[in-house]
Design a protein around this ligand. Structure first.
Ligand code: UDP
Ligand code: MG
Length: 310
């Protein structure tokens, strides 16, 4: 019996990309001594992705789909993929062919060498990604390494292989709002990095709106560290001590008879502290919100239908 490798692919409005990606993967696995289990997670697509997937599943062996009841986001789609996969190793990648299927073979070779986690790292910039996406992505990784103790490889998207051992750990976690790049780095195990050239998206446009990017970034930051909470405390301390300097200033002004002229500084201080308090409340609110969502124990995704057995 061949070992099984699962490939899990979240897809949100990717109807045009699915057939070619599938064909490339099956062609690749013909040359490899493993059986392929290909699982697509249809994340509430509004195009014909589901129909395309159903058709593909009639055409290919071991091609499965999990259809979500609505859009739950890529990270939750990945979670479903890990939950349903049965392979000895699980590879996740994007549906838009930006993660070249050829690199999959390299991931598998590293796994054969004994590495339990193989992450991909983009060589150079993403073509056509736009300067905005590039710079925000860079800022995010810098902030992440400053605010958390988790070494998240910069420029490594959700394109990686993990061994069954890690998949089992993930399945047992009951953590909500998972940020997989951070979680997998936090888990440890023997890790290798493979560099690859990120391609241009084949069809369609990015499914990551600015709003989704901000959500992912703040989930990543607050999942792995309470440092932002500490930061709020230090910031508060520093500013309060600085504001003590106002006391001698007030005395001097009083003896000089200039006390009424303090309006400008007063308004500045009020505005500044108002802003600061909102900022700190916001940080606390973010963590509280996480606790609230976690305490409700709602599932992270709802499956409408699937052709998988479990
Ligand atoms: N994706 C998803 N749900 C979403 C957004 C994206 O399943 O809500 C999938 C998308 O179909 C693709 C992958 O996640 O397979 C990466 O998204 P995209 O290529 O749009 O992101 P980018 O490469 O532009 O960062
Ligand atoms: Mg993409």
């Amino acid at each position: 019996m061949n070992k099984v490798i699962s490939v899990i692919i979240p897809a949100y409005n990717e109807e045009q990309n699915l057939p070619l990606l599938t064909e490339k993967l099956y062609r690749l696995f013909e040359r490899l001594p493993y059986s392929l289990e290909l699982i697509f997670i249809n994340d509430g697509s509004r195009d014909k992705s589901l129909d395309v997937l159903k058709q593909l599943s009639n055409q290919y062996n071991n091609l499965f789909y999990i259809d979500f009841s609505r859009n739950f986001g890529q990270q939750n789609a990945l979670r479903a993929g890990y939950d349903y996969s049965s392979g000895d190793a699980v590879i996740c990648m994007d549906a838009d062919l930006q993660n070249p299927p050829e690199v999959v073979e390299e991931l598998i070779h590293k796994w054969e060498e004994g590495f339990e986690v193989v992450v991909c790292k983009r060589r150079g910039a993403v073509q056509n990604a736009g300067a905005f996406k590039e710079s925000t992505s860079r800022a995010f990784y810098r902030l992440m390494s400053f605010l958390t103790d988790i070494p998240v490889e910069p420029n490594s998207p959700d394109f990686r292989l993990i061994d069954r051992k890690l998949v089992n750990v993930i399945k047992d976690l009951n953590e909500k709002d998972i940020f997989f790049r951070g979680l997998i780095s936090w888990m440890g195990f023997k890790k290798a990095v493979v560099e690859y050239d990120h391609s241009v998206r084949l069809h369609g446009e990015t499914k990551y709106s600015l709003q989704k990017m901000i959500k992912l970034a703040s989930s990543g930051l607050t999942s792995f560290s309470v440092k932002p909470l500490h930061l709020a405390m230090y910031l508060g301390l520093i500013i309060s001590s600085l504001s003590l300097l106002y006391i001698p200033y007030a005395f001097i002004s009083y003896f000089r008879g200039e006390t009424i002229s303090g309006w400008a500084s007063l308004i500045v201080t009020v505005a500044f502290f108002g802003g600061l308090q909102l900022l700190i409340l916001g940080v606390i609110g973010m963590y509280l919100g996480k606790l609230f969502m976690q305490s409700k124990q709602r599932p992270e995704y709802i499956v409408r239908e699937t052709n998988l057995r479990n």
